[in-house]
Design a protein around this ligand. Structure first.
Ligand code: NAD
Length: 393
């Protein structure tokens, strides 16, 4: 079997799906590796490093022609679908709940689509393949650094001959994988850190990192399925936003990481909350998306300074800004999954397997993942207009 590593083409994307270290391991498992010329450049991994590890460097055209399995980080652009051939497989973070139309196109092309972001995450054996966690970990770390770099004061308490600097007060909203890493990193930089999440289980995790857990007196609790949060009702959202605003105003830095799978990110920092913040405060919004983020007014990939002097950073793809660490981790995730799904030198699709039932999105010309199929099949438009409450990006 030949696995081909694509050069990522999304704007600003510097990660690569496989690093040279993984090439030897896949070869030992009987998998030959093709690498598109320059695929690792963004992560400082030269073609010669791949060649030395035993990979064959090829053009994009050769890769699409010869690879049995195409490995990517993010979803391939729409025009690539036509270059893939029936029977070929593509493995990456394809975000099929957000882009069901891509899944439908891949199915129509006869391509087997395997998406790492649909990995069942609560099984111990899937941890080495959990790309959402590995990338969120990188993102959370970088979010704290981005906030510290933008903030006009120190994070730690500093006592110097020139005076005493009080430590920065950092609030992390959403204490999943990224949030906990942001908390840990901000703590290591010396900030005084608080954390908040709607899942009550996150309280002990936040406190174990030496941060204070913020509990809302209104007690909004929203543990959903599989360890995720459920979407709040409009009433709950209002209560949460109002009470959080008071906490936000007392902090210098707010890092937001809140997500609800397949939905647009919840708005946690409202315009009124931002107005009540002190000039010089910084918000890093990891939920920033074209549909809106966790903070009002955030724009993906942009830094906005409000009229009252609050810097809002729309940090939409932080893992790409730490391409080597993110690629190393992702490479381990994708190569473990590839090896797991390989039997007798070929990809062995078996959707009765618990892991494959999650990650295999299309096969044999069909969208086989039920959640995605429900979205990929065009629904009749409801009377009175289209449903605008679609999934977030
Ligand atoms: P995520 O990226 O989907 O969301 C980030 C955080 O935002 C979550 O903690 C979520 O509760 C929170 N959130 C959502 N809506 C919110 C709101 N309105 N207000 C405040 N917070 C809100 O989550 P994630 O980081 O991928 O982790 C989700 C869960 O999966 C966690 O419980 C995590 O521990 C668990 N997990 C388990 C394993 C494992 O068991 N091996 C691996 C990875 C993650």
């Amino acid at each position: 079997m030949k696995a081909g590593v694509l050069k990522e083409t999304a704007p600003g994307e510097r990660r690569v799906a496989l690093v040279p270290d993984a090439v030897a391991k896949l070869r030992a498992a009987g998998i030959e590796v093709l690498v598109e010329r320059g695929a690792g450049e963004g992560a400082w991994l030269s073609d010669s490093l791949y060649a030395d590890a035993g990979a064959t460097i090829v053009s994009a055209a050769e890769l699409y022609r010869d690879a049995d399995v195409v490995l990517t980080v993010t979803k391939p652009p729409a025009d690539v679908v036509g270059l893939l051939r029936p029977g070929q497989a593509v493995i990456g973070m394809l975000a099929p709940l957000v882009h069901p139309e891509l899944a439908a196109a891949l199915a129509a092309q006869g391509v087997t689509a395997i998406s790492l972001d649909r990995m069942p995450r609560t099984l111990t054996r899937t941890q080495p393949m959990d790309a959402l966690s590995s990338q969120a970990n990188v993102a959370g770390y970088k979010a704290a650094l981005v906030a510290a770099a933008e903030f006009g004061r120190f994070f730690p308490l500093l006592i110097t001959a020139a005076g005493t600097a009080r430590p920065a007060k950092v609030l992390v909203l959403g204490a999943g994988v990224a949030g906990l890493q942001a908390i840990g990193t901000a703590r290591r930089l010396g900030a005084v850190v608080s954390g908040y999440d709607v899942r009550p289980a996150s309280k002990t995790e936040v406190e174990s990192l030496g941060a204070t857990f913020i509990e809302l007196t209104a007690g909004v609790s929203a543990a959903g399925e599989g360890g995720y949060a459920r979407e709040l009702t409009a009433e709950e959202r209002q209560v949460q936003q109002d009470e959080l605003a008071g906490h936000i105003a007392r902090h210098d830095v707010v890092i937001t990481t809140a997500q609800v799978p397949g939905r647009r990110p919840p708005l946690l920092v409202t315009e009124d909350a931002i107005k009540a913040m002190t000039a010089g405060s910084v918000i890093v919004d990891m939920g920033a998306s074209t549909l809106g983020g966790n903070a009002s007014g955030s724009r993906p990939g942009e830094t906005v300074v409000t009229g009252n002097g609050i810097t809002i950073i729309g940090a939409d793809n932080l893992p790409a800004s730490m391409p080597t660490a993110a690629s190393n981790a992702y490479s381990r995730n994708i190569s473990t999954l590839l090896a797991y799904m390989t039997a007798d030198g070929a990809l062995a699709i078996d959707t009765s397997d618990e892991i494959q039932a999650g990650v295999v999105i299309t096969h044999d010309g069909r969208v086989v993942n039920e959640d995605v199929a429900a979205l990929a099949t065009p629904r009749p438009e409801p009377e009175g207009g289209a449903d605008v409450d679609g999934p977030g990006d």
